[in-house]
Write a protein that binds this ligand. Structure first.
Ligand code: NDP
Length: 496
């Protein structure tokens, strides 16, 4: 039914029929997607309510707070800790630039933690004000569906209230999942890692995705010994294989111990911390064991299936291209749909939802050429296709251009760490299909490259762009020598 309305371009007329409902839109979950959808829907004239659990900046038991995972226990606090850990490298590099640091440099974890918590609290306040300034009704409590038009809220004191709405949007995000290993309760997830009371001296990390590598860099930068265990040959499955190898080399170069092809088999409490046993028969002792083994959609306590909202095998809400669920007036955006689990993608989905339902402009989120970054040190950032993805999709041969160089700063500091950049180009159309960079400032640089790819830039257009000198970024427009040509139909190596 919703689909028919959309195809005909006959959209919801804001205000019409609202009389019989308390709200035009009720949003469950005030994270990135939910807040964006609420505000943009209200701007189109919809009467909007949003519910969220109370904010707790430290507790890992309360999964709530306006701002959601990104602001409260994800991107923002993580980036603050990354900034904190970057100083280690800066102090090391400063010596050959003439800086003389006498005596021991101390790092005060509690001070950083306090400042981080203050900043998160400030942002939480800003998000609350954004909602109230937009005219959105904020309701504190946990929401669940009673029927297709009714949400029941359990407030913090246990009382329940029902609210009706013409449309319901589910934006409840995801939560960390623990690998099922004996002793897993001794491990922490990223929720707790952001608020540890003491800085650990010895850390074991399981997994080699975004969170694992980011925390490995954070803790190593702050002086801990870090061991990362993962099942594959290289970290960051799904990224360009060549860049994965560069990341691994750089992390090891900074002192992080990588253990590819290794699983943990058991965690045990020991006198000296936590004993970590591996399937290679080794035993390690750690103060903290982090499980960074992926996240699962928050769908369990919403009563979704009983109102007909279908889930996939991973427990994510199934949606169509407009974010509509199997129930025509119930919609879902963000990690709870497990499409591309990134904050800016949830924001895009939230905006498209409002345009579609309340703005008179049916709009599908566009998942092409979405850039992203892993904030390990140095960071990796990518946009478009990896070499392997390009080969899987290729009709034509693929041209690969790579540049591996010693950044100018390293020539003086003496740091032995290469920056690597890569362009993957279609040999017939000359279109740049993918770009990646591992090196300082990669995420800042790749945002601009993403605009170029979104505009369909060709390699010739990259080449005709004048560089900014001296910078690392200029390498992207000076890669003249072909590294290799890979024939269409070549099978990419698998199981790395
Ligand atoms: P990822 O999916 O990125 O990585 C999960 C890692 O855990 C993989 O290395 C995986 O190994 C491993 N793993 C999964 N299950 C097991 C198991 N049972 N035993 C051993 N290893 C296991 O998840 P993250 O938790 O790092 O991050 C979750 C999501 O959050 C990301 O996908 C991303 O969407 C988002 N995120 C984005 C960030 C950013 O944009 N900078 C930062 C942080 C998170 P294998 O490859 O072998 O399956």
């Amino acid at each position: 039914m919703a689909r028919k309305m959309l195809v005909d371009g006959v959209l919801d007329k804001v205000g019409e029929e609202t009389k019989q409902y308390d709200f035009d839109l009720f949003v469950i979950g005030a994270g990135s997607g939910g807040v964006r959808a609420s505000r943009t829907s209200a701007a189109f004239g919809a009467k909007v309510a949003i519910c969220e659990l109370p904010f707790h900046p430290i507790s890992s038991e309360v999964i709530g707070g306006v701002g959601g995972t990104c602001v409260i226990r994800g991107c923002v606090p993580k980036k603050i800790l990354v900034y904190g850990s970057e100083f280690r490298g800066e102090f090391e590099d400063s010596r050959n630039f003439g800086w003389e640091i006498d005596g021991k440099i101390n790092f005060n974890w509690k001070k950083l933690l306090h400042n981080k918590t203050q900043e998160i609290t400030r942002l939480n306040g800003i998000y609350m004000r954004l909602l109230s300034n937009a005219g959105v009704t904020m309701i504190e409590g946990e929401g669940k569906l009673i029927d297709a038009h009714t949400v029941e809220i359990t407030e913090p004191d246990g009382t329940t209230k029902k609210h009706s709405a013409k449309h319901i949007l589910i934006a409840t995000g995801s939560r960390a999942q623990r690998a099922n290993i004996p002793g897993k309760e001794l491990a922490i997830t990223s929720d707790e890692a952001l608020s540890l009371e003491e800085l650990p001296k010895r850390v074991v990390i399981l997994g080699a995705g975004y969170i694992a590598l980011e925390f490995a860099s954070i803790w190593q930068g702050m002086g801990a010994e870090v061991d990362v265990f993962y099942r594959k040959e290289l970290p960051l499955r799904g990224f360009d294989d060549e860049m994965r190898a560069v990341v691994a080399k750089n992390l090891e170069g900074r002192g992080i111990r990588l253990h590819p092809g290794t699983n943990l088999t058991e965690l045990r409490k020991s006198e000296d911390g936590i004993s970590v046993l591996t399937d290679h028969g080794d035993e390690f002792t750690a103060d903290v064991v982090l499980f960074a083994t992926g996240r699962v959609p928050n769908t369990k306590r919403l009563n979704l299936q009983s109102v007909g909202v279908e889930l996939d095998n991973a427990g994510a809400i199934k949606v169509d291209e407009y974010s509509c669920t199997s129930v025509p007036n119930i919609w879902a955006v963000g990690d709870v749909t497990n499409r591309m689990n990134l904050t800016p993608v949830a924001l895009m989905e939230g905006t498209c939802f409002s345009k579609t339902v309340f703005g008179g402009q049916p709009t599908k989120p566009d998942y092409a050429d979405i850039p992203c970054a892993v904030f390990c040190l140095p960071p990796l950032s990518i946009v478009g296709l990896s070499e392997q993805q390009a080969l899987e999709q290729a009709k034509n041969d693929i041209l690969v251009y790579t540049s591996s160089f010693n950044p100018m700063k390293n020539t003086i500091s003496g740091r032995q760490e290469k920056t690597v950049m890569k362009l993957v180009v279609d040999s017939e159309t000359d279109k740049v299909l993918g770009a990646s960079m591992c090196g300082p400032d990669a995420p800042e640089i790749m945002q601009g490259i993403a605009v170029a790819l979104k505009c369909g830039a060709t390699k010739a257009q990259f080449d005709s762009t004048v560089g900014i000198h001296p910078s690392a970024a200029e390498e992207f427009v000076t890669m003249r020598t072909l590294t290799r040509r890979v024939a269409a139909g070549t099978k990419p190596k698998t199981n790395l």
